[in-house]
Design a protein around this ligand. Structure first.
Ligand code: ADP
Ligand code: MG
Length: 209
């Protein structure tokens, strides 16, 4: 179950991963963008962790919604509105529930990621963070249908995320700053796909604990 406690742990672990991998995200974005993705993600998630004392008493859905607001206004760049939309649209599916089971968490991501794709006007194979989220959702649905437990589902999703992230390397960027490079974007891993991978790893670890 994703509960209030595991959601807050997720934010903390995500902040840890963004801080720990700030330089990697910077280097990836310096190669095909403007080099700010590491700073952006670290700023957004550290702001979210600082917000925890303000939001932890709120109901579960409201915590997720506030997380979306904080990410939206603190990440910046192209990725801030995209991650913000993922959380805001996902949070709107939570209603009065105080936790999400495997099916509920799928709905959160299904609706959240659809919002992200719509906001970015993106499809698969355009070398963006969506190239992680789309295969992760497919894997999640497959595992849920097979009756797997949430920690097993997320374990499989981490592997799908890693494959999706690496699959961005040979892609030609068709969205965002990287698309300005045309053919020169080929051969580099997408920074947003990489931060999305870390977000999924952090979720898996917080559920597993
Ligand atoms: N239209 C889009 N749809 C989906 N993801 C996008 C889009 N544009 C950019 N991105 C993602 O955002 C990442 C770049 O984020 P960031 O560096 O923070 O913003 P900026 O490009 O404004 O500097 C890219 O690596 C890509 O994954
Ligand atoms: Mg950038």
């Amino acid at each position: 179950m994703l509960t209030k406690a595991t959601a807050l742990l997720w934010f903390e672990k995500a902040a840890y991963y963004m801080a720990e991998n700030k330089n990697e995200l910077h280097m990836l974005d310096a190669a095909i963008g403007d080099g700010d993705h590491g700073i952006n993600m670290d700023r957004g998630f550290s702001a979210l962790v600082r917000e925890i004392p303000e939001i932890e008493h709120l109901c579960f859905g409201e915590i997720l919604r506030r997380a979306g607001m904080v990410l939206l206004s603190n990440i910046g760049g192209a990725s801030g509105p995209l991650y913000g939309t993922l959380f805001l649209k996902g949070a709107a599916t939570v209603g009065d529930s105080e936790a999400l089971d495997a099916a509920g968490l799928l709905t959160f991501f299904d609706v959240g990621v659809a919002g992200l794709a719509m906001r970015g006007r993106t499809e698969e194979n355009e070398k963006t963070m969506y190239d992680v989220w789309a295969p992760v959702l497919r894997e999640y649905k497959k595992c849920l249908a097979a009756g797997m437990s949430l920690d097993k589902i997320l374990d499989a999703c981490v592997k799908a995320a890693e494959l999706g992230m690496k699959a961005t390397i040979p892609m030609l960027a068709l969205k965002g700053r990287a698309s300005y490079l045309g053919e020169r974007s080929i051969g580099h891993q997408d920074p947003g796909a990489t931060s999305s991978y870390y977000l999924i790893v952090a979720l898996y670890e917080s559920i597993r604990e």
